[in-house]
Design a protein around this ligand. Structure first.
Ligand code: SF4
Ligand code: SF4
Length: 252
């Protein structure tokens, strides 16, 4: 029997659902499922019973809490799709809006991280869920499979004097051969979950942490990382960069 799917967007840029819709196998995915509710792809306005609900975006308005509870009530499984839904995401850095992960309001069955989730990881996750299997996410940090790692180990003190791209700088698309941290450039690979296939790193941009923390213990991972690096005075004002995608998790 076809599994019934709902796709819901809260406060978001639509990047996660757009990535899902753009997957090569999305047409086959649609054939193997039945759409129950999606403001993007259908005219169904009622939240109906479904097997799997994917929710994109963070919670930034009270009205979304009722919607979430309604979805939870009607869905056998609920998954956060992307880092906004899973961790609060980039909007949580806003000084004027509050942004919270959906798990602050309802129980979820798992999350697919990334901003947006990398296509390969997303595709594999979706197939597993359609086949009624559990999600499988990488359990190591991004350094584990990084092509720049070489013999680099984060076990001695490192001075960080640069971030890339520098504020107001055009993103430099150039390949590197050595670990960013080794050159004193901030890279969040050590505290970020693996699975993105290092697209940014391959284009000369250090990891910004969009895959979120490896474990729920984000605060202690971040503190451990901060204990082995020193930020130059010039960079002190950019501390928000450490939790760009995961600020609400600091309060877990
Ligand atoms: S996780 Fe990223 S891509 Fe997805 S909705 Fe949030 S900002 Fe957009
Ligand atoms: S710190 Fe960054 S560049 Fe270095 S190995 Fe880890 S992910 Fe790769």
């Amino acid at each position: 029997m076809k599994r019934k799917i709902s796709l819901i967007a809260l406060t978001s840029c639509s990047g996660c659902i757009s990535t899902l819709i753009s997957l090569d196998f999305f047409p086959q995915y649609i054939e193997r499922t039945m759409l129950s509710y999606s403001t993007f792809l259908s005219d169904f306005n009622n939240i109906d019973e479904c097997d799997i609900a994917f929710i994109e975006g963070c919670v930034s308005e009270d009205v979304q809490i009722d919607l979430l509870k309604n979805i939870r009530k009607h869905s056998k499984k609920v998954y956060a799709l992307g880092s906004c839904a899973a961790f609060g995401g980039v909007l949580s850095l806003s000084k004027t809006h509050e942004a919270k992960p959906i798990s602050n309001f309802i129980e979820i069955d798992g999350y697919i991280p990334g901003c947006p989730p990398p296509s390969k990881l997303l595709g594999n996750c979706i197939i597993r869920l359609i086949e009624n299997k559990d999600l499988e996410l990488p359990i190591r940090n991004s350094c584990d499979t990084c092509p720049l790692r070489g013999n680099f180990e984060l076990n001695s003190h490192i001075s960080i004097s640069r971030i890339l791209p520098e504020p107001d700088e055009i993103i430099p698309l150039k390949e590197r051969s050595e670990c960013f941290l080794k050159d004193g450039i901030l890279c969040l690979g050590p505290i970020t979950r693996d699975g993105c296939e290092h697209t940014c790193i391959k284009h000369g941009i250090p990891c910004e942490g969009c895959m979120g923390p490896v474990s729920k213990d984000f605060t202690s991972n971040a503190v451990n990382f901060l204990s082995v690096i020193t930020l130059s005075n010039k960079l002190q004002k950019y501390k928000g960069i450490f939790y760009r995608f995961s600020k609400p998790l600091l309060r877990w």
